[in-house]
Design a protein around this ligand. Structure first.
Ligand code: HPA
Length: 267
């Protein structure tokens, strides 16, 4: 932890309040690869703030990752901060940059955080392309942690069972699973995929875990949802590419958007 990272987040939150004229926000949603097209369904856009207008944010380096915060009013009149894009550890900007959006949301008054991502499926026996999976827990193999110092943070329930139960009221068919994160940007080798299955992982990706840890430090309630873009991940026998990951998102955006809209109004 550098104190500066938290100060920078408070400054970004103040800039967000000033840019939007809103005192507080109810929920924040981080839209991962493939999820950006789903953002339109969450509610009516009140305003949009480019990341580059806010202290500590950078324009995202990765295609399909937007680059702004959209303020949305939901059907029930809630205000949501929708992050169209995130910073990944593999971009090399450091762990504080990865969790800056989460710290900014927390400083802006958000109490609930929805983290979405695209993931490789480690259980092709039961997972199909385009399946949303609720994250029940994670294994952090990034080698990084957003928290430094001697404050020990409890992680026995990073992903709220209460929120997962709320989502299941909307869609009782959703599976849940353990998300494993590597730093990336390489996709996994077949041997790594076999290892992750043995370790108890169900999905693999390159995001989410560090943001979830920062969120728990700030006492936010966290919901995580993966979109399985490539069941079998590195075992599927076909090379992986990022465009494929985005395409699955486009194909399933309508379903994801409706799901998120209904969930947000149940919070
Ligand atoms: N591995 C890591 N990250 C990913 C994958 C994958 O197979 N698919 C989408 N993001």
């Amino acid at each position: 932890m550098s104190k500066d990272a938290y100060t920078l987040a408070s400054e970004a939150a103040a800039a967000l309040h000033a840019a939007t004229g809103l005192d507080t926000f109810d929920v924040a949603l981080v839209m991962g690869s493939g999820w950006v097209p789903a953002a339109d369904a969450i509610g009516e856009t009140v305003s949009e703030v480019p990341f580059t207008d806010l202290p500590g944010f950078r324009a995202p380096a990765v295609a399909g990752h937007g680059g702004k915060i959209r303020v949305v009013r939901t059907a029930a009149g809630r205000h949501a901060l929708v992050f169209l894009g995130r910073t990944h550890l593999y971009e090399g900007l450091g762990v504080d940059a990865v969790v800056h959006g989460v710290r900014t949301a927390a400083a802006a008054g958000v109490r609930t955080l929805v983290l979405t991502n695209a993931a490789g499926g480690l259980r092709p026996e039961t997972q199909n392309v385009g399946d949303p999976v609720l994250i029940s827990d994670h294994i952090n193999l990034t080698g990084a942690n957003p928290i430094t110092g001697t404050t020990f943070i409890d992680l026995t329930e990073v992903y709220s069972s209460r929120l997962r139960a709320l989502v299941r009221e909307v869609d009782p068919t959703l599976a849940d699973g353990v998300y494993v994160a590597f730093r990336g940007p390489t996709y996994e080798t077949p041997a790594e995929i076999r290892m992750l299955r043995t370790l108890g992982g169900d999905m693999v990706g390159m995001s989410t875990v560090l943001e979830a840890i920062a969120a728990r430090e700030a006492n936010l309630e966290v919901l995580g949802v993966s979109l399985v873009t490539n069941p079998g991940a590195g075992l599927a026998g076909e090379p992986l590419n990022h465009e494929e990951v985005l395409e699955v998102g486009r194909a399933t955006a309508a379903r994801m958007g409706v799901l998120l809209a209904q969930v947000v109004d149940k919070l």
